[in-house]
Design a binder for this molecule. Structure first.
Ligand SMILES: Nc1ncnc2c1ncn2[C@@H]1O[C@H](COP(=O)(O)OP(=O)(O)OP(=O)(O)O)[C@@H](O)[C@H]1O
Ligand SMILES: [Mg+2]
Length: 260
């Protein structure tokens, strides 16, 4: 579904110096797959996602979705970023309908669809509320509703729950999995949380420090739907340890292990 080929990004700084943010990254994501991406801060995760979203041009390489080259934002791709990107001057319903406005088709059917998404997210009573009147979790729910308005087949999420407390975060992760069970979505999900990466992913991509590239890809062979308390299972703990060791290096991982 998503083909990322030899993708690099170099940023030109104000002083003329170049920063290689992402180096020759290739990755294939199958239809209905959930791939999670973890890696140190500054390794180019957001840069990668922006290029897959068609929001930034690659320096070299290419991205294709469903066989079509990505050169601009695509209607079938929903995007959710960490910081709330809701328009502060528009009510929740208008925010969710924003993609319809951009596409020039705020039809009664899409208004009904927006209301339905808000109802499913427990935000039915907040259609007319302004973003600042919502909690952080409610704002991210509204942002996800907006990303789903035009029935995407690809959902790109960049640390969508990073600003939320641990409880809300867990709840939102479970909601995202429920959503994925119901809709034919291919998901690319960037997170700083190793547990979140293992809990959500069919595969976890571990990126190297800047300039980022794919350091390792780990297949997560856990049943779906993921059972409750799967985090306590030995398999889950093993995967999480494997990802942590890849991120922090074998030596760092050993030094934090409790000695017998
Ligand atoms: N618009 C930009 N102009 C110049 N440099 C940029 C720009 N965006 C990102 N960079 C640089 O590219 C590198 C990768 O940034 P990016 O935001 O992709 O990292 P990240 O992996 O998402 O980090 P984090 O985990 O902290 O969100 C960094 O060195 C950053 O300073
Ligand atoms: Mg980032």
């Amino acid at each position: 579904m998503i083909e990322i080929r030899q993708l690099s990004k170099t940023y030109r700084g104000n002083d003329g110096a170049d920063t290689l943010a992402l180096s020759e990254t290739s990755l294939d994501v199958g239809a209905r797959e959930i791939v999670t991406i973890v890696g140190p801060s500054g390794c180019g995760k957001s840069t990668l996602l922006r290029m897959v979203a068609g929001l930034a041009p690659p320096s070299t390489g290419s991205v294709a979705i469903a066989g079509q080259p990505v050169t601009a934002p695509r209607t079938g791709t929903g995007v959710v970023f960490q910081a709330s990107t809701l328009l502060p001057w528009a009510c929740v319903l208008d925010n969710v309908l924003f993609p319809a406005r951009i596409a020039g088709r705020r039809t009664p059917a899409l208004v009904a669809r927006a209301r339905e998404l808000l109802r499913l997210s427990g935000l039915a009573d907040f259609e007319q509320a302004m973003p600042h009147q919502l909690s952080g979790g409610m704002r991210q729910r509204a942002t996800i509703c907006r990303a789903l308005l035009l029935d995407p087949d690809v959902l790109l999420l960049d640390e969508p729950f990073g600003a939320l407390d641990a409880l809300t975060r867990e709840e939102m992760t479970v909601e995202l999995l429920n959503l994925w069970q119901r809709a034919p979505l291919t998901i690319l999900f960037v997170t700083h949380s190793i547990n979140e990466a293992v809990l959500l992913g069919d595969r976890v991509v571990v990126m190297s420090p800047r300039p980022g590239r794919v350091e390792a890809v780990i297949d997560i062979d856990l049943p779906r739907p993921r059972p409750e308390r799967v985090e306590d299972s030995p398999a889950f703990v093993g995967y999480a340890r494997q990802v942590r060791e890849l991120i922090f290096g074998q030596r760092a991982a050993r030094s934090t292990e409790v000695q017998p």
